[in-house]
Design a protein around this ligand. Structure first.
Ligand code: NAI
Length: 255
């Protein structure tokens, strides 16, 4: 029997990278998965592949920064599958990578809209369904950049720091409902997001080597290694964990 048998999960940003690996793994472990994203072609392909390999998934277009869209899609997904037990707040963007004095208000707000408001809206609209189910797990993607600083991407750091503490506040609000809320803090993972980040640097290959050097395990992580941590937090195996931070970073923050 799979570790998520009989559970219904919604994954945001499920078309790519960590979200895609998570949707696939949750489905392999028996969950029915609502795959959501703004990239409809890639998101539909993820849902199709899950269904073709014997799992259960359906794709919805969902821009997490749009509360009305969040409300509608969460309702539809819970209606379609017959409830909701797990929310993976994974959608995120890097945004402006320059010093604070060069960042416009629009650039700042764009990152907050997706990385912070998105987590707020999805949590807000998932809670009634998790309460109805009598138990649930919310997994928020923060980052090592929500734990330590680096001289890059200020709005991203601010957003991931916010997600870390939103996780703890939500954990305290909903513990009495049997709803657990935890955050995951990946190091640099080989996904389109990190590839885009590296391509934006003056010397992408040098930047890649420097990044690898910051991870004592001597490599970048793989999306499946984060999906495994998310599965653990989503499943009953982590039944006594809430408000905690699971760091999966190849040793980046161990120094
Ligand atoms: P990715 O760029 O490969 O995938 C992100 C997905 O989110 C994409 O499919 C994209 O279309 C979607 N998305 C973007 N804006 C959206 C919106 N407004 N509404 C809904 N979906 C939207 O990124 P990756 O690397 O898989 O990252 C996933 C999460 O993990 C993010 O929250 C990221 O900040 C976090 N993370 C990633 C790390 C890494 O090294 N890749 C490290 C630490 C945290």
């Amino acid at each position: 029997m799979g570790r998520m048998e009989g559970r219904i999960a919604l994954v945001t940003g499920g078309a790519s990278g960590i979200g895609k690996a998570t949707a696939e793994l949750l489905a392999r472990e028996g969950a029915a998965v609502a795959v959501t994203d703004v990239d409809d072609e890639a998101g539909q392909a993820v849902a199709d592949a899950i269904n073709e390999s014997g799992g259960e998934a359906r794709y919805w277009h969902l821009d997490v920064s749009n509360e009305e869209e969040v409300r509608t899609v969460v309702e539809e997904a819970a209606g379609d599958f017959g409830g909701l037990h797990v929310l993976v707040n994974n959608a995120g963007i890097v945004g402006a990578d320059k010093p604070p004095h060069d960042i416009s208000a629009d650039e700042w707000n764009q990152v907050m809209a997706v990385n912070v408001n998105g987590v707020f809206f999805c949590t807000k609209h998932a809670i009634p369904h998790l309460r109805k189910a009598g138990s649930g797990s919310i997994v928020n993607l923060s980052s090592i950049y929500g734990l330590v600083g680096a001289a890059d991407a200020p709005p991203y750091h601010a957003s991931k720091g916010a997600v870390r503490l939103m996780t703890k506040t939500d954990a305290l609000h909903y513990a009495g409902d049997g709803i657990r809320v935890n955050s995951v803090h990946p190091g640099f993972i080989s996904t389109p997001m990190v590839r885009g980040f590296l391509e934006g640097q003056d010397d992408p290959e040098g930047a890649r080597k420097a990044l690898i050097g910051l991870h004592p395990l001597g490599r970048l992580g793989e999306p499946g290694e984060i999906a495994a941590a998310i599965l653990f937090l989503a499943s009953n195996e982590s039944s006594f964990m809430t408000g905690s931070e699971l760091v999966v970073d190849g040793g980046y923050t161990a120094r």
